[in-house]
Design a protein around this ligand. Structure first.
Ligand code: ZN
Length: 433
């Protein structure tokens, strides 16, 4: 029974904590509570909502809707009600989807006091006339709090050229109850990502993974962390990663930040159908991170977008709608986006006057066996030509229309024979360069 606040969120976060405690490197997992009434940017942390029971009893005495059967039956943030009403009096409080008559819709009313039940349209239309008993045993507590969790995995290295390591922000929303793709999938992938990142031998960035309620969670975090915000170099909002649609990246408001280019490179490398869509001020928490005052280099990764698939915000977004293959594919792409951001760097050719003799250094032999030979040679030539201390790996991959992996391999080979040296972290700044 999750929402933007309440014990359902705490229970969900305790499940994440348990998953992070499975054998493997320790993952620091901090649950934070922000008191109701706290002013956060233009908003206020709401009263904490909890549900003890909520059901609707029909004239025949049987329960026609009960949150014990499905959390979606209750309008999110319903105020407490105990009353008897005729069907006509009840109707304004009943929600269904006539075009999908077997599915229960997901509805909330966080900011306007209301109460209601969500039902399959077939069930709604079968309700007989008569008197109904409404029992909504909820609490809205002024002394409650908003709960979120944070994993922080510090960078293991100083940036070349000194200074403080930047941060990579990854967020996923925890507020949607009982739906698998939106957003059990985001919580699952973020959890696995935390385990993966904790196991890395080297991290150039500090990774901060937030499990937050949508909208008010990112606003609360942004309001409470003004010192962290200037350190954010890249960010990703993870939502809807388990459905069968093609992988979809939504660009940051900046449009050409390193994260936007790294995501495009990672998706291109898959060789599979995918989509890259431009920023728009509609969607999930990227709306807050990309609001004009912050304008952070934060994109969104997922598959089917909100409203594009019929199961969206309904009881049909269940475990049959997400597949292990889609989840694993999404995880692999996110991991690769992070790797590319880690790897993005600027190098300088140490032998820039005329082409250096590659054969003499064994470079053609080194690359011959492992990959497409012609592409590998082209990558060597492009890297040597553009590694002038001004172009980054992404610049080279884009200009040469080569996979990022080929450019990476060429840099490794050339650095291995002393033909390249790394410059200071010129391009690791979220795309200012
Ligand atoms: Zn949603």
């Amino acid at each position: 029974m999750r929402s933007i606040t309440g014990d359902g969120v705490r229970t969900a976060l305790s499940i994440v904590r348990k998953a992070l405690e499975e054998p493997g490197p320790a993952v620091p997992f901090e649950v934070r509570e922000v008191p109701s009434g706290t002013p956060v940017l233009d908003w206020t942390v709401p009263r904490e909502w909890n549900v003890r029971a909520a059901y609707l009893v029909g004239p025949g005495g049987s329960r026609v809707a009960d949150v014990a059967d499905n959390a979606l039956h209750l309008l999110g943030y319903s105020v407490p009600v105990r009353t008897r009403l005729t069907l006509d009096e009840l109707r304004p409080h009943l929600f269904s989807m006539p075009d999908r008559p077997d599915w229960i819709p997901y509805r909330t009313s966080y900011w306007n006091e209301n109460w209601g039940f969500c039902l399959a349209d077939n069930a709604l239309r079968a309700l007989p006339d008569g008197e109904y008993e409404v029992v909504i045993d909820t609490t809205l507590d002024d002394n409650g709090s908003l709960t979120y969790a944070e994993v922080v995995l510090p960078a293991t290295e100083q940036p070349p050229g000194g200074g403080e390591p930047g941060e990579f922000l990854i967020t996923t929303h925890t507020c949607h109850p009982a739906m698998a793709n939106d957003n059990g999938s985001g919580i699952a992938v973020a959890t696995e990502l935390a385990r993966h990142l904790a196991a890395l031998p080297r991290r150039r960035f500090t990774y901060r993974i937030l499990f937050i309620p949508g909208t008010i969670g990112s606003i609360t975090w942004l309001a409470g962390n003004p010192d962290v915000i200037p350190r954010i170099r890249h960010g990703l909002v993870l939502t809807g990663l388990g459905d069968p649609s093609e992988p979809t990246y939504k660009r940051s408001r900046r449009g050409n930040a390193t994260i936007d280019r790294a995501a495009a490179a990672a998706l291109a490398e898959t060789g599979e159908p995918h989509r890259i869509v431009d920023f728009s001020p509609y969607g999930y928490d990227e709306r807050q991170f990309c609001s004009p005052g912050f304008d952070l280099p934060v994109g969104r990764f997922g598959r089917g977008q909100h409203g594009e698939y019929p199961q969206y915000h309904t009881s049909a977004d269940d475990l049959s709608f997400v597949t292990p293959e889609s989840l694993a594919g999404s995880f692999a792409i996110v991991r690769r986006i992070l790797e590319i951001c880690e790897r993005e760097s600027v190098w300088r050719n140490t032998s820039p006057y005329g082409e250096p003799q590659l054969g003499r250094r064994g470079l053609y032999r080194a690359i011959g066996a492992t990959m497409n030979r012609q592409a590998a040679e082209m990558a060597l030539l492009w890297v040597l030509n553009l590694a002038d201390g001004r172009h980054s790996l992404l610049d080279i991959a884009e200009r040469a229309a080569l996979p990022f992996a080929s450019v990476e391999a060429a840099v490794d080979a050339l650095a291995g024979v002393g033909l390249l040296v790394e410059e200071s972290a010129g391009a690791r700044n979220g795309g200012q360069a």
